[in-house]
Design a binder for this molecule. Structure first.
Ligand SMILES: C[S@@+](CC[C@H](N)C(=O)[O-])C[C@H]1O[C@@H](n2cnc3c(N)ncnc32)[C@H](O)[C@@H]1O
Length: 490
């Protein structure tokens, strides 16, 4: 209860902080942060509640498992005494339904059992009665039943009497969080959360969890059907291709994942390419803007989560990625989804791609009426890559080419006003104002104080036709510090 009040107080404080923000964009950012902090608050309160529930001791594994680094499943077995109620078989189903809130619920455990006599043999009245096992957190004595349950018992003629039942609890009956809380050092955070990529569970363990990493990996496999490999991200990444370096904690070391996102199938080697299940909504959002016959230019395509669904929708796609492995899996996924005819793929640097194959095709596309969408999802750097469009079609505007491309460019921001920050960076690269001509979307909160944003706009004619090409900016090479990629978790 006290935790609940503390939580509400904190929420009130956060909301007051939100009200005091001045600009709309600040409010958007602040609101996103408050939502995150609030959800963290709710999660930690939930964790507290769960903890207090298991704290009664009954479902706690034996204390001897504390500090275990190699999983010994048998060490988790124990006999516990649980409350039970004796129910005639002719009303069993109805009574079990009425008592479902207070019945024992444990993975892999039957809650209705046969009764045994004192000597351990089956009761002589076998077949006439069964025992319903009850949850010790709800029922400790015959008086613990609520009024509805008590009424149901009376109506079915079941005596409101509690007896004890000796129950064998094993590793199989425990939840992963209960196992890890019993094993890891007391009082330290037990996070068993992971991202799922096909058969792979992808974890980001903290330092204090590392000595137990093999055991944690095995527990995740045991408790999550379909997971056959658990990896932990190690602290370094290949910052160019945005893939993680990882250690296999448990299970097979097969890194070729098969996933389905928004109804589309993908296969890829997770250890060599970028894949983030948290982007599925954004992928879908962009794809929903597309019409059959549109052209999609995907500058940082990865293994195809924009390109493949766009091609399936009937668009012509130019898809590029610098990582040879992403390029290979992109082609594989195009074939897998039978859209390889609609996708032309490239393995180039993004700027070279824009100033080469895209430049060649753009005039013809801009003469037509079907939309041209340019997608640039490399949030650590893409805003800076917009300079590649400057002077792309030369200095002389051709008025017959009036179908200007729509650009969807992603960027991370740690600024208080993330919206203003990403627009200002896009404007600096394009060397033109986008005021009133762009929309900005919060894609997701990546970390506390770090947002992934999308700026969408029609590429200004004055940018495409300009003497001010990127190549003429010798004195304006991007600051190498700014070019550095951000944390791999993003
Ligand atoms: C954040 S991932 C996005 C992949 C995919 N579009 C998605 O939404 O999941 C960025 C991709 O850009 C690629 N990349 C990095 N630097 C690049 C560059 N200079 N030119 C082209 N692609 C690049 C990486 O290999 C990676 O696949």
């Amino acid at each position: 209860m006290a935790a609940g009040w503390r939580g509400s107080g904190r929420l009130l404080f956060l909301l007051q902080k939100y009200r005091s923000c001045v600009s709309l964009s600040q409010k958007v950012n602040q609101f996103a942060r408050i939502s995150l902090q609030f959800s963290t608050l709710v999660q930690s309160q939930k964790a507290m509640t769960d903890h207090s529930q298991t704290d009664v001791g009954l479902y706690k594994p034996p204390p001897t498992v504390r500090g275990m680094t190699e999983l010994d499943r048998a060490a988790f077995s124990q006999i516990v005494s649980v409350p039970a109620i004796r129910i005639p078989t002719n009303v069993l189903n109805k009574v079990v339904k009425s008592l479902k809130k207070v019945a024992l619920q444990r993975p892999g455990l039957k809650r209705v059992v046969e009764e045994h006599s004192e000597d351990g043999n089956k009761d002589s009245s076998e077949g006439e009665h069964r025992l319903l096992l009850l949850d010790t957190n709800s029922i400790t004595s015959a008086d613990s039943f609520g009024s509805e349950e008590a009424e149901a018992l009376k109506a079915y003629g079941v005596p409101q009497e509690i007896q004890k039942y000796e129950l064998k609890l094993t590793y199989e009956n425990l939840k992963s969080e209960e196992i890890l809380r019993a094993v890891l050092p007391e009082g330290q955070d037990v996070t068993s959360g992971f991202s799922r990529v096909g058969h792979i569970a992808h974890m980001n363990l903290r330092d204090h969890q590392l000595p137990y990493r093999k055991l944690i990996g095995q527990v995740i496999i045991d408790k999550n059907p379909g997971i056959t490999c658990v990896v932990n991200k190690t602290n370094t990444i290949d910052s160019t291709y945005r893939n993680f370096q990882m250690e296999v904690l448990a299970g097979e070391s097969n890194m070729v994942a098969k996933v389905r996102e928004n109804g589309v199938f993908y296969e890829f080697d997770f250890s060599h390419v970028y894949w983030n299940p948290r982007l599925s909504t954004e992928h879908e959002r962009i794809v929903s803007l597309l019409q059959r016959g549109d052209t999609v230019v995907d500058v940082f395509a990865g293994v195809g989560p924009f390109a493949i669904p766009a091609a399936r929708r009937g668009c012509e796609v130019l898809a590029n990625d610098l990582n040879p492995e992403s390029f290979r899996w992109l082609q594989h996924n195009a074939k897998l989804n039978k859209v390889d005819r609609n996708i032309t793929s490239f393995n180039m640097d993004g700027r070279g791609f824009i100033r080469g194959p895209v430049q060649e095709r753009l005039p013809a596309l801009m003469k037509g009426s079907q939309k041209i969408h340019v997608v640039m999802n490399l949030p650590a750097l893409a805003l800076e890559f917009l300079d590649a469009f400057r002077g792309l079609l030369g200095p002389e505007p051709d008025q017959s080419l009036d179908n200007l491309p729509q650009v969807h460019c992603y960027g991370f921001s740690k600024e208080d006003d993330a919206q203003r920050d990403v627009v200002a960076r896009a404007e600096a690269s394009l060397k033109t104002s986008l005021q009133g001509q762009c929309s900005v979307h919060l894609v997701r909160n990546v970390a506390p104080n770090k947002e992934m944003m999308r700026v969408s706009f029609t590429l200004p004619r004055g940018v495409l036709y300009s003497t001010h090409t990127r190549d003429s900016d010798v004195s304006e090479e991007p600051n190498p510090k700014k070019q550095k990629c951000e944390n791999p978790t993003d």
